[in-house]
Design a protein around this ligand. Structure first.
Ligand SMILES: [Zn+2]
Length: 342
């Protein structure tokens, strides 16, 4: 017996349409579709061909059924630029990562989620409330990944083939997750964590609203959460110069542009000053990158988990084997989050 939904998730995980898979397997898309819907059972030879092309161990298809992540349970930034194929690839990658997550949750005592639902709050108030609930005061946040992990949110890396996305987050059966593009600068990575945290806190658990307004709210939350009003005002940054901004951004470990935007939002930069600063920063290379940036944040949870597994003599290879996925797939979910993945 095989689980038809696993065929579909594996295909989408590889970013393939039925037509594309039909071409590379020489099995008609009508037949493939029947396999995926459980109408027909693939003969062993066909299953082997499909597994080879999709680069999944054949045992993967013999596991329990996996329900797909509904596409409307996630708010993607720049959703207009994203194709359905890319979205499916990201969600299917997420679905496979959940298998690993459940597997480690059964073996380790991991922090339980403590993420309040603040759907009626505006972003500024939601950020302040969350800071208060988590006992953060107005202090800058040293490591956003460690912080959210300590509050029961699980952080994974977007696999390389879905890196056209910035990040995404969702609640899956009461467990909040954040998936990060770990190839961006350290500052932008932190902003992405805070942005996704905003979605998790403000945008409900069951129906996630979509669109530019929701994305703007998550950005506003991120700015307020990383750079609390009182903390910024206390620095006396009224009409700051570019060198002052470049100096001050290290206090909150944010990008120069994020701080500039926040200063403008708080009335510490005029419209004119804001525009000039943005132009100046773009000329210095801060629009697309962070020239003197901080290192990316790593996951504390995954380092501990991998160490714990190693102590039991379980390497990444045998972890992947237990889940019937290949080792590169497993590594891709931890890429950029952990240093050692032997
Ligand atoms: Zn978003």
């Amino acid at each position: 017996m095989i689980a038809p939904t696993r065929l579909k998730i594996a295909r989408k995980r590889r970013g393939l349409t039925l037509t594309a898979l039909a071409k590379s397997t020489s099995i008609s898309s009508r037949t493939l579709s029947a396999y995926e819907n459980g109408e027909w059972l693939p003969p062993p030879e066909s299953l082997r061909t499909i597994a080879d092309i999709l680069d999944f161990p054949i045992q993967f298809f013999h596991g329990d059924e996996l329900d797909e992540i509904p596409e409307d349970s996630v708010s993607f930034r720049a959703a207009t630029k994203m194709s359905a194929r890319q979205r499916d690839a990201a969600l299917s990658a997420g679905r496979v990562a959940f298998m690993f997550d459940r597997w480690i949750a059964e073996r380790f005592d991991l922090p339980a989620p403590s993420v309040p639902t603040l759907t009626r709050y505006d972003p500024e108030a939601a950020a302040a409330t969350l800071r208060a609930r988590w006992g953060l005061g107005e202090r800058p946040i040293r490591n956003t990944v460690h912080l959210v992990e300590a509050h029961g949110i699980r952080v994974y890396s977007l696999p390389a083939d879905t890196k056209s996305l910035d990040a995404f987050s969702l609640n899956w059966r009461g467990q909040p997750y954040i998936f990060l593009n770990t190839e961006k600068s350290g500052e932008r990575g932190r902003f992405d964590v805070a942005h996704e945290l905003g979605h998790l806190v403000m945008h409900g658990e069951h129906v996630v609203p979509h669109g530019p307004e929701v994305e703007a709210q998550a950005n506003a939350f991120a700015a307020a959460f990383l750079m609390p009003r009182a903390s910024v005002v206390a620095q006396g940054l009224r009409h700051p110069t570019v060198p002052q901004i470049l100096d001050a951004k290290s206090i909150w470990r944010v990008s120069a542009l994020a701080l500039t935007h926040r200063l403008h939002e708080l009335g510490l930069l005029t419209d004119w000053g804001y525009r000039n600063t943005c132009v100046h920063l773009a000329r210095l290379g801060y629009k697309t990158d962070e020239p003197d940036g901080i290192p990316r944040e790593a996951s504390l949870l995954h380092s501990k988990v991998l160490q714990g597994l190693r102590d039991e003599g379980i390497g990444v290879k045998s972890s992947a084997g237990s889940l019937s996925i290949n080792v590169d797939d497993l590594r891709s979910y931890l890429f950029g989050l952990t240093l050692t993945m032997a």
